[in-house]
Ligand binder design. Sequence first.
Ligand code: ZN
Length: 455
Amino acid sequence: MESPTSHLPFVPANSDLPVAPVGPAASTTESYYNGRVPSNRRKPVQNPAISRRELLRTSAVSIATLCCEQSAFSQANAVVPDFALLLTGARVMDPAKGLDRTADVAIGAGKIAAIAPSIAPERAARVIPVRGCLLTPGLIDIHVHGFRGVSHAGVELDTYCIGRGVTTAVDAGTSGADSFAGFRRHVIAPASTRVLAFLNISRIGLISPLGELVDRRMIDREAALRACREHADAIVGIKVRCTHFYSGPNDLEAVQAARAVGEAIGKPLMVHTGWPHTPFERLLEELRAGDIVTHAFRGAGEGGVIGPNGRVSPAVRRAAKRGVLFDVGHGSGSFSFQAVEAALREDFPPSSISSDIHASSVLGPVFDMVTTMSKLLMLGLPLASVIERSTALPARSIQRGHLLGSLEPGRAADITVLQLVSGEFEMTDSKRQVRTATRKLVPILALRDGKAALE
Ligand SMILES: [Zn+2]
């Protein structure tokens, strides 16, 4: 979507805007910029397109700030730039708006200010050329595990999320009602990544590898409901793990409890599947439109999308028809190249791509979200589809489609810049099957609210 630059709101300059590259190696960025360092100290330039009167009329800055700016005008004969930051020349892909074209993207006051074929660099306090890159809405990974030091599964989210191009990470039930206040204080609040969460229906969450649901007394719908109401801004749904060694025989009861809580708060369930005690087809009967099955693309007959015969199971088709979503949730044991290929052959792509980074997957085979996206690309999912399933669709599945997952001007400037590089790249699934990809996505820059979080 494009905006006419002549109708842009005035945006106060922010010369202190931190902008730093992200990605596995600084050399990637250096080679991208060809040794040219983008200037953050541009000479003040008179912009004839916007008069001072217009600036003052459209500005939202305070009187005090205006006085300072008036002084600056008279002293330096300069105008305040319209934008804090301008990213120029990327292939801008915003599947939510059907946008896929070369464009410049302007950012001000932490929001997307404009997208247009060409925006004069003089209008921005800082310009970063990103020609040759993909610029997308900030990536959204709806299955991660934080709470390092409390949960055996937890990892440092900033390192593996915004540090690897993911601007919004949704914790998948690492904490339950007993620990959510701590999760909020110690994980959500200090994170540079935008962190949201599914609350575990087990009040203890993932604090022990022995299984959070093997004792059915841990299913506490009243405690879960209280936590959901107290932290309504951070909790996007209820998580249940249905695997016999985590839930014993209690998986169906846990799903039904989660169903009741989810209905009370109007939010979806995220159901982890894989070797459940209760047959997967029976568990699916409990799920409704908007509920999410994660780890869905696991080996044939393990309780995912692909049944024992190697085909998409009829129960899965029925569930998808009524609006149940099937998410990747790669993880250390839940992602099969063969399953994805079988599903794609039957035109059954994942509803969303997610990594399931946790302590035992983040150093391989998962690594991060962009590596997971690269695997889907390798398996035949078109690039636009990969981006959509990592931006617009996960945003919608956590009921944030109106806030996240698009570059629409006026929204928070959550932006990811990627490079699609060619070569030979070894990719491994959870079955330790190895394939060679010829393309790979590499994160270059990630902005949350217009700011790069990692310096
Ligand atoms: Zn998980």
